[in-house]
Ligand binder design. Structure first.
Ligand code: N01
Length: 553
């Protein structure tokens, strides 16, 4: 076991650790725990005042787990943790997830190694010491052999660059950095830009309280009933008693949830049989359409259309005004933008105090101090809510912009695409590891479980270096190219790359446009485990130098 120590460098002092973790969200918290269990010294930096990452920032009204939820959206590494935490709802509210993470931080005494309200401003690879040097906005200089970037796949806000938006004098909030103090909508005219998950969750809540809500929609979206229900004591008892079986199923499932995939094409059933199944799954809610619905919704146009038509019918049945219903009609392949779970979103358009503006036919021209001006008119507002999403998957790594060998910034390396190997490592950036980065299943997988599994791989890799007396590991250019081909190859069997989405980078002007996630979580984990067993195939190493950080004793 090594210990933390301080070395004098120039006028200041440098704190030295085995590993530095950036980010204290779901991934960074587990990274800290795991590395400490390995006996390593670790420091975590996070800009927030407490743990939780994306769950700490996303406090907008209506925010809740919008995927297959509790009790399986959680860490799995500790049976005791599973046994003692009582989830209350299947689609937990943001505050409930944060309570859980708070409990995890207490239970595993994580906070003593986390420095909050500390933003890493520079991360630079030092050739001589085979280590990473980090500087923070609070004046900390720290150094570590390993840099773990747990910076979040959905944490760098996308703020639209619309003429005059900064002149608007009313309240303005991004859903991804919502104030901690209560925000009142009472008596206010609110405009919401964005109808992705955050917009769809927040719009019904805002409409219940506001004087008027103007929804500015660029792309109509498919949304499915949230299907939230209480987690009963029987559910919890079942999960606890059969935890090993559930966990094994989560490991072998492509999305990391304990469901049996249906191996049946939508086209094997008659239209009546399909409709009967869709009705059942609609009633059940959540992501069951995709987890235990038909197997070819994401790969067959015809199968996809059958579900898309079903949802369009549901929208038409729900929205009373046919003109508004027309505007809400999605025209892309269902599921090829991130599926959304709603709590009365479409019903909200039946309210008198809600207006939908279709930006495709009536685009925003500019903002004034008190209004948003679209092609067809001016809309006076008191508040602007930006539910405009994120520079997802790669954005937070680019915001960190680590400098690799010869001081090359990641922004240079990632100009044309997000070069990486196994979604974990980047050529020219030795000993740097990403969690949920491009090229990994990331957002297509149960994220707490994915963080555990990626971190365990990273831990093994670090031990391998120690055992072999190696100073660095980084991927070769050939292996990065082969990995990119593999990721693209899998995606090309699906309909995902054919739709503009944040998955393809289409939401951010100038961002490289391609589908950057590895589809097929269980296959991915098998692949990265095989690579490790084969002597870390695709990587190159340097021997440990004498003057390298005295790490991992
Ligand atoms: O962001 P989004 P989000 N002018 O990118 C529109 C996760 N999540 O925050 O579709 C006008 O999905 C944009 O339009 P378009 C979840 O994985 C989880 O809602 O690009 N409109 C879109 O409608 C989710 O997918 C939870 O044409 C503009 C919207 O803004 C992901 O986070 C909750 C625009 C952005 O939708 C992101 O969701 C919430 C512009 N200039 C989110 N720029 C959980 O509870 C963007 N838009 C777990």
């Amino acid at each position: 076991m090594t210990s933390t120590h301080q070395t004098s460098q120039g006028n200041g002092s440098t704190e030295t650790y085995d590993a530095i973790v950036i980010g204290a969200g779901v991934s960074g918290m587990y990274a800290l725990h795991h590395l400490r269990e390995m006996g390593l010294s670790v420091r975590v930096y996070d800009g927030a005042t407490d743990v939780g990452g994306t769950w700490w920032y996303n406090r907008y009204p209506g925010a809740r787990v919008d995927g297959p939820g509790s009790p399986f959206y959680c860490y799995t590494f500790s049976k005791e943790l599973m046994n003692e935490w009582n989830w209350k709802e299947t689609q937990s509210e943001q505050s409930a997830v944060l309570d859980y993470l708070d409990h995890v931080a207490d239970r595993f005494d994580l906070r003593r190694d986390i420095q909050f309200e500390t933003w890493v401003e520079e991360a630079r690879y030092e050739e001589n010491s085979q280590s990473w040097a980090v500087k923070t906005n609070t004046g900390v200089s720290a150094s570590a052999r390993f840099l773990i970037c747990a910076v979040g796949a959905l944490s760098t806000a996308n703020r639209p660059d619309i003429p005059g938006i900064n002149d608007f004098q009313g309240e303005c909030y991004h859903t991804g950095s919502w104030p901690h103090e209560p925000v009142s909508f009472k008596g206010k005219r609110v405009a919401v830009i964005g109808t992705g998950s955050s917009g769809v969750q927040s719009i019904p809540e805002i409409a219940r309280e506001a004087d008027h809500v103007t929804v500015l929609q660029r792309t109509p979206q498919f949304a499915f009933p949230c299907g939230n229900r209480p987690v009963t004591s029987d559910d919890l008892a079942d999960a606890r008693e059969n935890w090993d079986g559930f966990r094994a199923k989560m490991y072998s499932n492509v999305t990391g949830f304990p469901f049996d995939a249906r191996e049946r094409s939508a086209l094997d059933d008659t239209p009546e049989e399909r409709r009967a199944l869709y009705e059942k799954l609609w009633e059940r809610g959540s992501f069951h359409f995709f987890l235990d619905g038909y197997s070819d919704i994401a790969t067959s146009e015809e199968a996809n259309n059958s579900l898309a038509d079903f949802v369009r019918d549901k929208i038409r049945e729900t929205v009373k005004d046919p003109n508004t219903a027309d505007k809400l009609m999605p025209d892309h392949f269902v599921i090829t933008k991130r599926p959304i779970l709603d709590n009365g979103y479409f019903e909200t358009f039946n309210r008198e105090n809600v207006t939908l503006i279709d930006l495709r036919e009536d685009p925003i021209q500019h903002f004034t101090t008190k209004s948003v001006v679209t092609q067809n008119g001016e809309h006076d507002i008191d508040m602007l809510v930006l539910a405009t999403g994120y520079d997802a998957i790669s954005g937070s790594m680019l915001r960190l912009n680590p400098k690799g060998r010869e001081g090359v910034p990641l922004k240079d390396r990632w100009q044309d695409r997000f070069h990486n190997y196994l979604g974990l490592t980047i050529g020219g950036f030795p000993n740097l590891f990403m969690i949920h980065g491009p090229g990994s299943p990331g957002v297509f997988y149960n994220m707490p479980l994915g963080a555990e599994r990626q971190m365990e791989w990273i831990g093994h890799c670090m031990s391998h270096l120690k055992e072999q007396n190696l100073g660095t590991i980084e991927p070769t250019a050939d292996s990065e190219e082969a990995w990119a081909n593999e990721v693209n190859g899998i995606a090309s069997f699906t309909l995902f790359p054919r739709t503009d989405s944040w998955w393809t980078g289409a939401n951010i002007p100038g961002k490289p446009r391609y589908f950057s996630a590895y589809l097929g979580g269980s296959i991915y984990y098998q692949r990265i485990s095989d690579m490790a067993k084969n002597g870390y195939e695709g990587f190159e190493f340097e021997p440990a130098r004498d003057n390298a950080e005295d790490s991992i004793a």
